[in-house]
Design a protein around this ligand. Structure first.
Ligand code: NAP
Ligand code: G4F
Length: 383
């Protein structure tokens, strides 16, 4: 008998990789997707199965984390062996603009899932993975951060996730549910949302290289993140639910890097050297040099003269609109527990992650350039 999984947030970065991973393992995968005015299934289109075919193993349901009855009905229909609760308003900066909604979807949404499992009498059958986050550490109380490090959330998002974390622990202790938290540090990929810092940078670097954009405006260049690849991190989610006992795990690489250095790495992937000067909101990044051979190999000879003409000019600036009212300056995780107990090891390091993202965005932007040059509409929205 195939195991049945329900993934909330299946249309997101992690949802897409996890669905693919579980399908390969022989699961029947159900996913919760929101109704939107345009298709929002781009990341899972390759997995889509027509509702008219029999014995589908990938099934989507309309739903929303703010709708208890909807969630309860879906869980009743699906009778999942495993629920991966990934749905969330996941953007830290946006959570300052939508704090009440974020608390509802990310905090109370988690409660809705747990309570549905309890009310439906599924406490012994259904295992639950809660997508907790390194943002819980916020103003860090210890370096590196591990499972026992005290939390100090610094945004409405992190405070909502703090509720999600503890209500998961509480339902585990109160009702014996196999419910676990994965405290995941930042993880990225070619599927990363375009307004998170890594993807914003890789998209912009590719566009600048192809002469499609002059400059990118960033926020705090000095904050540090522990970045891994989403493909490695969804494997950890699965491993957490395969353990005999529920528990909470930090998933991280143990290496931290500034935003500034990530930008340098992204451009360097195409042989473009960026030099930073100035401070705070006046800091700028200019193109210092170009390795013609590497640039030709990665971006194409036809764009070489465009990038050479940009040597000595500013391609990175700072705009205070991207600063956060309270910032998380440093995240670096200690993954010892997940390595020892889960046997989890990441396959990608930061260099491999940057390479994967840059390769994908260069390809994507070449397609955009082609569409633009042939009179088709292209994406014209940057944040
Ligand atoms: P993501 O790409 O932003 O995906 C979020 C998913 O949640 C999307 O499918 C989104 O649907 C859905 N969603 C948002 N609000 C919803 C609502 N009210 N009802 C139903 N679905 C809703 O996020 P991600 O990077 O894959 O992250 C997955 C989870 O892990 C999130 O809970 C995030 O907070 C957490 N997390 C992420 C990281 C990271 O570095 N990526 C680290 C730690 C924890 P649409 O596609 O319709 O927007
Ligand atoms: O990429 P970010 O927006 O990710 P952030 O805030 O760390 O949150 C992500 O990771 C969390 C795990 O720790 C998840 F829980 C959460 O759901 C999300 O996936 O920003 C990273 C850093 C911040 O310090 C930010 O201030 O990059 C800095 N930054 C600098 N310039 C920028 C920008 N962030 C964004 N989004 N855009 C900028 O222009």
């Amino acid at each position: 008998m195939s195991k049945v999984a329900l993934i909330t947030g299946v249309t997101g970065q992690d949802g897409a990789y996890l669905a693919e991973f579980l399908l390969k393992k022989g699961y029947i995968v159900h996913g919760l997707k929101r109704r939107s005015s345009m298709f929002n299934t781009d990341r899972i289109d390759h997995l889509y199965q027509d509702p008219h075919i029999e014995n589908r193993n990938f099934i989507l349901h309309y739903g929303d984390m703010t709708d208890s009855m909807n969630l309860t009905r879906i869980i009743q229909d699906v009778q999942p062996d495993e629920i991966y609760n990934l749905a969330a308003m996941s953007h830290v900066k946006v959570s300052f603009d939508t704090p009440e909604y974020t608390a509802n979807a990310d905090g109370i949404g988690t409660l809705r899932i747990l309570e549905a499992v309890r009310l439906l009498g599924l406490t012994k059958k259904t295992r639950i993975y809660q997508a907790s986050t390194s943002e819980l550490y916020g103003l860090v109380q210890e370096v590196p951060q591990k499972e026992t490090t005290p939390f100090y959330p610094r945004s409405p998002y992190a405070v909502a996730k703090l509720y999600g974390y503890w209500i998961t622990v509480n339902y585990r202790e109160a009702y014996g549910i196999h419910a676990s938290n994965g405290i995941l540090f930042n993880h990225e990929s070619p599927l990363r949302g375009e307004t998170f810092v890594t993807r914003k940078v890789t998209r912009a670097a590719a566009r600048i290289a192809l002469g499609m954009q002059d400059k990118v405006f960033m926020g705090n260049l000095s904050s540090r993140r522990d970045w891994g690849h989403a493909k490695d991190y969804v494997r950890a989610m699965y491993l957490i639910l395969q353990q005999d006992q529920p528990d909470d795990y930090v998933i991280a690489t143990g290496i931290t890097t500034t935003i500034r250095d990530f930008i340098k790495m992204a451009f360097a992937e195409m042989g473009v050297e960026i030099a930073f000067s100035g401070e705070d909101a006046k800091e700028v990044g200019i193109i210092k040099s170009v390795d013609n051979k590497l640039f030709t190999e990665k971006a194409g000879a036809e764009y070489l003269s465009t990038i050479e003409n940009r040597i000595g000019t500013e391609v990175v600036g700072v705009d205070e609109r991207y600063f956060r009212p309270t910032e998380v300056e440093l995240l670096i995780g200690d993954p010892t527990k997940s390595k020892t107990k889960l046997g989890w090891e990441p396959e990608y390091d930061l260099t491999a992650l940057v390479k994967d993202m840059m390769q994908s965005d260069i390809k994507l932007m070449k397609k955009e350039a082609f569409l633009r040059d042939n009179g088709f509409k292209t994406l014209n929205y940057f944040e």
